[in-house]
Ligand binder design. Structure first.
Ligand SMILES: O=P(O)(O)OC[C@H]1O[C@H](O[C@H]2O[C@H](CO)[C@@H](O)[C@H](O)[C@H]2O)[C@H](O)[C@@H](O)[C@@H]1O
Length: 524
């Protein structure tokens, strides 16, 4: 299968197999009508409530309230999430509830009436640039699907005579029938990809809603393009968009598009906290390059006192785990805080408070192979000045940071030859390092997911956040993205990454963790 070509800064659209499009706000300008209908509904309802309870009336905000609580979400879910933001809790009721019933469904049905009235009065406007773009990628041979939380989607497509532009449609009616969760859950995007017989990572998605880019990102789409119709560029990026455009005309003719820089996590701290909401964070931290600057030799990477104090402070309020490529005992000693979780050898070896202990069930079988590979490497590299062979329990790092440029190929060749002779091992990369690890489907991402489940943190009350700087941390970013967690890349993120935010360096990491600790202290 052809892999979408991702150059360092650009992505070639036509190398994807398919494009999946949201309707309201992407293909048609109906988001405005939805917003107006919600505004009419809630202003009337909230003023009735204010009168009834002799409370202050606070009008519906068509910008903030719409984009945060309603845009892209299924009808009843939107009612629930907006009312909850105003501390109004209504019974769900039944979808058949009449529009004057004071239930979630009743209010949702009232909004539908208002929306239909607006459609009848104002008609539906299409974005001509979107239609032109969809036509052009279909001509180029890509498959297309439409996804929408709206139960009006098929009707609207028919009204604007655009049904023929899509090989598949998944709308709010399908979602209800098939029991698919609404955005920001990934279900309807995954279903659309399966109807197109295309793996999500071979497709791009185009969405204008925060819940929508998050859903596409969690579904694992190869490229998520946010359309900024509401001045929310940073928010779209933070919710999982790789690229943000103002209009699909910018994609014409379909070719290479530039990736946006990730939002900086300290600068976007308030937004990030808003996304956290009432959830408790669970913090996962890589060591080298994240908690300590990269230095010439592994043994010189010492944690400074300020970072140690920040970690200890944070660990008083939430789960903190160090997930490192280093040997577990070594990284635990370097960090030196008792009540943390330590995952070493890229997650093969884990310990933590209250007797938490896990060694990958098959890892021990690889010890003789690792011993033999280590001996081989040491023998072959004995005469290469500057090379360092670092043995961890379940991995071997061959460092070439101090090796002269002219000798690096010798190191590369020696590692390649040793891994060739030990097919039970696989080679991974990193910062000036070649690593050999057991040939098992296990990595930092799987270790983090294992930890979330083992610690009973795999639920909606917890938001996992992973900070890392290197190739092996991408596995964790991907795993968390699929679970609605957050990845924060440390360093210069000018390459494709599954993280949603970035921090410049370890100093910024310390300040970020400190602010998080401060917020949790304030919340208690
Ligand atoms: O997952 P991590 O905690 O980031 O560990 C990844 C590797 O980090 C170490 O090597 C890196 O940091 C060294 C010290 O700054 C640097 O000299 C080296 O070039 C980097 O690759 C560690 O020594 C390895 O075992 C880890 O796998």
């Amino acid at each position: 299968m052809q892999q979408p070509e991702r150059s360092r800064y650009g992505v070639t659209l036509l190398s994807y197999e398919a494009g999946v499009f949201d309707l309201d706000g992407v293909v048609t300008n109906t988001a405005r009508g939805h917003c107006l209908a919600w505004q009419r509904l809630f202003d009337t309802y909230l003023s009735t409530l204010a009168e009834r309870d002799s409370a202050l009336f606070q009008a519906f905000d068509p910008d903030e309230d719409y984009r945060r609580y309603l845009d892209g979400k299924p009808r009843y879910e939107g009612v629930r999430s907006f009312l909850e933001s105003r501390h109004v809790y209504l019974p769900f009721g039944k979808p058949q509830d009449p529009p004057d019933q004071e239930t979630i469904c009743g209010l949702g049905n009232r909004k539908q009436r208002l929306f239909e009235k607006l459609l009848a009065e104002q008609g539906v406007e299409v974005f001509a640039s979107s239609i032109a773009f969809i036509e052009s990628i279909r001509t180029a041979g890509l498959k297309t699907a439409l996804v929408s939380s709206s139960k009006n989607a098929r009707d609207i497509l028919a009204r604007v005579e655009a049904s023929h532009l899509f090989d598949a449609v998944v709308d709010g009616i399908d979602a209800e029938r098939l029991g698919l969760h609404g955005k920001p859950q990934p279900d309807i995007f995954r279903h659309a990809a399966s109807l197109l017989a295309t793996p999500p990572d071979q497709a791009f998605a185009i969405e204008d809603a925060l819940s929508g880019v998050e859903a596409a990102s969690r579904a694992g789409f190869g490229l998520v393009i946010g359309v900024d119709r509401a001045q929310q560029r940073e928010d779209l990026l933070a919710h999982g968009a790789h690229i943000v455009i103002d209009d699909l005309a910018e994609l014409m003719p379909p070719g290479v598009v530039q990736q946006d820089p990730l939002p900086e996590a300290l600068g976007s701290f308030d937004r990030l906290v808003e996304r956290l909401g009432r959830r408790l964070p669970a913090i996962f931290l890589d060591y080298d390059g994240t908690l300590t600057p990269i230095v010439d030799r592994p043994e010189l990477a010492m944690l400074d006192a300020a970072m140690r104090a920040t970690l200890a402070r944070l660990a008083q309020r939430c789960t903190v785990a160090i997930v490192s490529g280093r040997d577990r005992a070594n990284v635990a000693e370097l960090v030196g805080i008792d009540n943390l979780i330590y995952a070493g050898s890229h997650g093969f070896d884990i310990t933590g408070p209250d007797g938490l202990h896990m060694q990958h069930e098959c890892a021990a079988e690889f010890l003789p192979t690792l011993d033999s590979a280590e001996n081989e490497l040491r023998a072959r590299l004995a005469d290469v000045p500057g090379v360092l062979v670092e043995r961890k329990r379940f991995a071997i790092a061959t460092h070439y940071r101090l090796v002269a440029e002219r000798d690096v190929d010798r190191v590369r060749a020696a590692v390649a030859s040793v891994v060739g002779e030990h097919p039970q091992l696989r080679q991974t990369g990193g910062k000036k390092v070649f690593e050999l690890r057991p040939q098992l489907s296990w990595d930092k991402g799987k270790a983090v997911v294992w930890l979330l489940e083992a610690l009973d943190l795999a639920d909606d009350a917890v938001m996992p956040i992973y900070l890392g700087d290197d190739e092996t941390d991408e596995d964790a970013f991907v795993a968390l993205r699929e679970r609605g967690g957050l990845g924060v890349f440390v360093g210069d993120a000018s390459h494709a990454t599954a993280a949603s935010y970035r921090l410049d360096n370890t100093d910024a990491v310390r300040r970020f963790l400190g602010r998080l600790a401060g917020r949790l202290e304030g919340a208690s």
